[in-house]
Ligand binder design. Structure first.
Ligand code: SAM
Length: 224
């Protein structure tokens, strides 16, 4: 799928080692080892393609990075953690709110059957569509628009991932989760007071909420 470009395989392997170490010692918070399934996807997806050419040196640092338009590609550890929390299967359908660079979409596409991803900033949506097409991801469907209200046409979803911080829990997204489904979302009203939250919906539609980790994301815009 990636045209045999393996120049960065060693850098990816080292990035994954850092993810493993951070998952075991997340600065005083509960350790959550990342599954082998997710780690092997992180070893495979070419993160350097999702970063501008002038910044490729930083592609495999375990850090977030600017992608322009005031937005970021998330830290690899956070991408791995959020993906793992969704516990996806190959048959699952997943909604991503905040396509950004398209990197997280690619990681999800390796884990799930179908990925629906929405981005509100037009140039980012266009760039991600072009790149994911070039990389051969046929199971990702992208849409330009406000994802805070979800994508009712394809709901309900087995998993929902929101990659921007909401100042309150968007009810339309909770409603679009299947019974048995999981959602990961940063919630908080300002940059340094956000919590990554895992929502699980049981077979009777009961919601359980777990605070996973303090995080720092760009804000979720839109009307919800
Ligand atoms: N998942 C991305 C990646 O792998 O590059 C990271 C995305 S960045 C941290 C968050 C993205 O959410 C930004 O591109 C931003 O424009 C987008 N966003 C913010 N509010 C949104 C909304 N209401 N609907 C869709 N996208 C939104």
């Amino acid at each position: 799928m990636f045209g045999g470009d393996d120049r960065y395989a060693e850098a990816r392997r080292r990035m994954v080692e850092e993810i493993v170490a951070m998952a075991l010692e997340p600065g005083g918070y509960t350790p959550r080892p990342i599954s082998e399934k997710v780690l092997s996807v992180m070893k495979k997806v070419p993160r350097h393609r999702f970063i501008s050419e002038g910044s490729i040196y930083a592609a495999y640092y375990n850090r977030p990075f600017s992608i322009g338009h005031g937005q970021t590609i998330s830290q690899p550890y956070i991408v791995a953690l959020m993906t793992d929390l969704l516990a996806l299967d190959k048959q699952d359908s997943v909604l991503e709110v905040g396509t950004g660079s398209g990197y997280q979409s690619a990681v999800l596409a390796e884990m799930a059957g179908k990925v629906y991803s929405m981005e509100i900033i037009e140039p980012l949506a266009a760039r991600a569509a072009k790149l994911l097409g070039e990389l051969g991801y046929a199971n990702i469907q992208l849409k330009l628009g406000d994802g805070s209200k979800g994508w009712p046409e394809y709901a309900p979803f087995d998993g929902i991932i929101v990659t921007a911080a909401a100042d309150h829990m968007p009810q339309p997204l909770v409603d679009q989760l299947k019974p048995g489904g999981r959602m990961v979302i940063p919630v908080g009203s300002w940059q340094y007071a956000q919590e990554l939250i895992l929502i699980t919906k049981d077979q009777d539609g009961m919601i359980r909420q777990e605070n996973v980790l303090p995080v720092s994301f760009v804000p979720l815009t839109g009307r919800y």
